[in-house]
Design a protein around this ligand. Structure first.
Ligand SMILES: [Zn+2]
Length: 120
C-alpha cells in the first residue's frame, strides 16, 4: 500500500495519507490538524515504486518470498506465482501446468511428464 506524506503550509504539520491503490491520486486532501488544503507532497521515506533492479534484487532474496516451505508444493506454487507476477511475463505452458499441479498439492516430478510427451 502506497503511503504519502503531505506537509501543511498553514500549520506546518505532517499528514500521512494511505492510498488504496497505486493508481489513485487523492483529490481533496485536507490537513488532519487544521483542515486546511494547502498541502504539499513530501518526499516519502517509503519507496513506493521500486526500480527494475531493486525488484530483481528482491526476487533473488529468498527471505522476500515469505517463508517458502520446500516440502509443501502449494507453498512453492505460491512463490512461483509471485515470481511470475514480478516478472510480468507469460510462463511456458509446461511450467504453468506444473504450478497448477502444485497448487492442488501434487508434486510434479519428472516421471509424470513421461508417457505421452514423446508424441508431441
Ligand atoms: Zn494544517
Amino acid at each position: 500500500m502506497p503511503i504519502y506524506e503531505y506537509g501543511c503550509k498553514d500549520c506546518r504539520r505532517k499528514t500521512t495519507v494511505f492510498l488504496r491503490s497505486f493508481s489513485v491520486e487523492p483529490k481533496a486532501l485536507v490537513c488532519d490538524s487544521c483542515g486546511g488544503s494547502n498541502l504539499v507532497r513530501l518526499i516519502s521515506r517509503v519507496a513506493v515504486v521500486k526500480s527494475e533492479a531493486a525488484r530483481m534484487e528482491a526476487m533473488a532474496d529468498p527471505s522476500s518470498w515469505g517463508g517458502v516451505d520446500e516440502n509443501d508444493p502449494k507453498s512453492i506454487a505460491k512463490m512461483m506465482r509471485s515470481m511470475q507476477n514480478q516478472m510480468g511475463e507469460a510462463v511456458d505452458p509446461q511450467m504453468e501446468e506444473a504450478i497448477e499441479k502444485m497448487e492442488q498439492g501434487e508434486i510434479p516430478d519428472e516421471p509424470s511428464y513421461g508417457g505421452g510427451m514423446e508424441d508431441f
